[in-house]
Write a protein that binds this ligand. Structure first.
Ligand code: AP5
Ligand code: ZN
Length: 216
């Protein structure tokens, strides 16, 4: 299955992507994760992306699209994939459509995680990530037993640079201006499914899986 996950920053895309991809046995491809891996690896791509990410702006389309094209060309993405964080604006969605047509395929479904603004701000402000294994925690909603330490691996937890208050505000603006228009784009294509993304993580996964079954 070829699935795209959209939703505002902090909607729980990363959290859900991991479970959905594992249920469907397809790779999870997160552009945010790929950029962050490049930032910590000190690559040229990472240096370029960091400047935009720290401001809460989108990395330029030509950079992002080339990176996604490379990733989708890998063997494990041939039979299906779950895209988390891409496309992020209508031009990226149009390029993705052309790219998949070149590969002789199309998207099956776009899941839109629906959460209110107040809730996404609470989720982002309390998010902590493990420096060693990458697991994502929340200080209130999913706290580790000892403050600052990952229960899964003992690694140190840190706050993402773009989860500072002013950057969160900018990311929400960018979402409204550039990403929200994707919802009507994919509704027009007839492949949009809204998912209520409030409540316990497992319930949201179940809702997402039921929505996907309607398109399988
Ligand atoms: P990206 O990493 O994609 O960031 P984002 O879209 O802002 O999404 P987040 O990762 O912040 O949130 P999420 O929805 O994954 O939520 P999570 O599961 O962590 O992108 C970062 C940057 O990279 C962009 O700003 C841009 O600069 C660049 N970029 C990426 N893609 C790009 C593209 N295509 N084009 C151009 N630039 C691009 O959950 C959040 C928190 O809530 C966690 O603490 C979690 O534990 C908690 N939580 C999750 N679910 C629940 C629940 N049900 N109840 C309570 N808490 C919950
Ligand atoms: Zn860890």
């Amino acid at each position: 299955m070829r699935v795209v996950l959209v939703g505002p920053p902090g909607a729980g895309k990363g959290t859900q992507a991991q479970f959905i991809a594992s249920h469907l046995s397809i790779p999870k491809i997160s552009t945010g994760d790929i950029f962050r891996a490049n930032v910590s690896g000190g690559t040229e791509l990472g240096r370029l992306a960091k400047e935009y990410m720290d401001r809460g702006d989108l990395v330029p389309d030509e950079v992002t699209v080339a990176m996604v094209r490379d990733r989708l060309s890998e063997d494990d993405a041939k039979e299906g994939f779950l895209l988390d964080g891409f496309p992020r604006n209508v031009p990226q969605a149009e390029v993705l459509k052309k790219m998949l047509a070149e590969f002789g395929t199309t998207l099956d479904v776009v899941l839109n995680l629906v959460v209110e603004d107040d809730e996404v701000v609470r989720r982002l402000a309390g998010r902590r990530t493990c420096r060693s294994c990458g697991k994502v925690w929340h200080l209130v909603f999913d706290p580790p037993a000892a403050e600052g330490v990952c229960d899964a691996c003992g690694g140190e937890l840190f706050q993402r640079d773009d989860d500072r208050e002013e950057t969160i505000r900018r990311r929400l603006e960018v979402y409204q201006e550039q990403t929200a228009p994707l919802i009507s784009f994919y509704a027009d294509e007839g492949i949009l499914q809204g998912v209520d993304a409030t409540g316990p993580v497992e319930e949201i996964t179940q809702r997402a899986m039921s929505a996907l079954r309607r398109f399988a």
